[in-house]
Design a binder for this molecule. Structure first.
Ligand SMILES: Cc1cc2nc3c(=O)[nH]c(=O)nc-3n(C[C@H](O)[C@H](O)[C@H](O)COP(=O)(O)OP(=O)(O)OC[C@H]3O[C@@H](n4cnc5c(N)ncnc54)[C@H](O)[C@@H]3O)c2cc1C
Length: 330
């Protein structure tokens, strides 16, 4: 029997459901498979204390196989347990590639697994493709998005990649057959004790529409300056059925508590039909998260603000004035 090479996709779960990022990676894996010379199998890998329920969804998600690694210690995410199990399993089955979404969990898990496997990780890829020489290339922004670098992992295996949720698009994939389900107990955890203990779980609350799914995004930066102006922006977003995003500086000045809807290289990627940025300078860390937007309108008091270079329309004005004017007419 000829064993085909495997592309593994780590299937992250959110509230007992498969995260959308899994389907984004899956779409890219199918696209890549079509351009590879050799035959590959696409495999989903899930870690859980009980994978039975989620394995049903994975089974019909257009993969060849689903590896369900189970252990009672895998009920909640624990960086030591998860990295140990995934790396041990990869050592045993030797996948050619291992892809993990660069979510809050995956962003930690991917480098931990890569270190344990002593292999190369292309972190925060924006594309994965085959070049003219038939090599697997990962495109990764560097220097705050000013450069797009090509990362190749020529020697070590698996070739690992992490991709921020929202970078790849989900695509329709016909599922012709149900995948083979392989359940395995993660025995390595029987004798392993972690230094981490889950003390409390707190759900980060986001009011309104998820910024990564909205067709209209209104984003605020440091130039928003005060609560009244920030409330005006939120009010306008509501009237336009839009979502509210922001820069890191807006969190720094305390107008938002957390980075849940922060847009940019360490936050979310958005691709709305309309993006409006208020009081945002246009640092590449932020711009990398809005570059696929349809129309970009920026409001800034500085005529030479960098954001105008990436905008379709520039408004040189005080953002509070523009927000008030728009609220009057909309
Ligand atoms: C590793 C790393 C990762 C990062 N990741 C992210 C990320 O994911 N997302 C992100 O956003 N940032 C990120 N940052 C921070 C980023 O580099 C910038 O510092 C940040 O985006 C700047 O936010 P800002 O534009 O709101 O603030 P500023 O750069 O301070 O700009 C404020 C702008 O408001 C304008 N302004 C002032 N008053 C008014 C007014 N009344 N009306 C209109 N305009 C006004 C000013 O002219 C100025 O252009 C990251 C930084 C690092 C080092």
């Amino acid at each position: 029997m000829i064993c085909k090479k495997e592309i593994w996709i780590y299937a992250e779960t959110e509230s007992q459901k498969i995260a959308p990022s899994y389907y984004e990676l899956l779409g890219k894996a199918h696209e890549l498979k079509e351009s590879l010379n050799e035959a590959y199998e696409i495999v989903a890998v899930i870690l859980s204390d009980s994978a039975e329920e989620v394995s049903k969804e994975l089974r019909s998600s257009a993969v060849d196989r689903v590896y369900c690694l189970e252990h009672e210690k895998l009920g909640n995410y624990n960086p030591e347990y998860y990295a140990a199990v995934l790396s041990e399993f990869a050592k045993k089955h030797k996948p050619e590639m291992l892809w993990i979404a660069a979510s809050a969990i995956g962003g930690e898990l991917a480098p931990s697994v890569a270190a344990l496997l002593n292999t190369g990780l292309a972190a925060h890829c924006v594309d994965i493709l085959i070049n003219d020489k038939g090599e697997l290339v990962h495109l990764v922004p560097a220097f705050g998005g000013k450069l797009l670098t090509e990362i190749l992992v020529p020697k070590t295996r698996p070739i690992m990649a992490s991709v921020k949720p929202g970078i790849f698009r989900e695509r329709e994939i016909a599922c012709s057959k149900e995948a083979e389900l392989v359940f395995e107990r993660a025995e390595i955890l029987d004798s392993m004790e972690s230094r981490f203990k889950l003390v409390e779980e707190q759900e980060m609350q986001s009011s309104g529409l998820p910024v990564e799914k909205a067709e209209v995004v209104l984003a605020g930066g440091r130039g928003i300056g005060n609560t009244q102006t920030w409330e005006k922006l939120k009010e306008l977003a509501g009237r336009l059925d839009g979502a509210v995003g922001y820069t890191r500086s807006l969190v720094d000045i305390g107008l938002e508590e957390n980075e849940l809807n922060m847009i940019g290289s360490s936050g979310k990627s958005v691709r709305p039909k309309l993006y409006m940025g208020f009081g945002i300078s246009g640092a590449s860390h932020h711009i990398s998260g809005i570059k696929d937007s349809g129309t970009i309108i920026a409001v800034n008091t500085d005529d030479e603000a960098d954001i105008f270079d990436s905008s379709d329309y520039k408004i040189v004005a005080d953002c509070d004035r523009i927000l008030s004017a728009l609220l009057e007419v909309l």
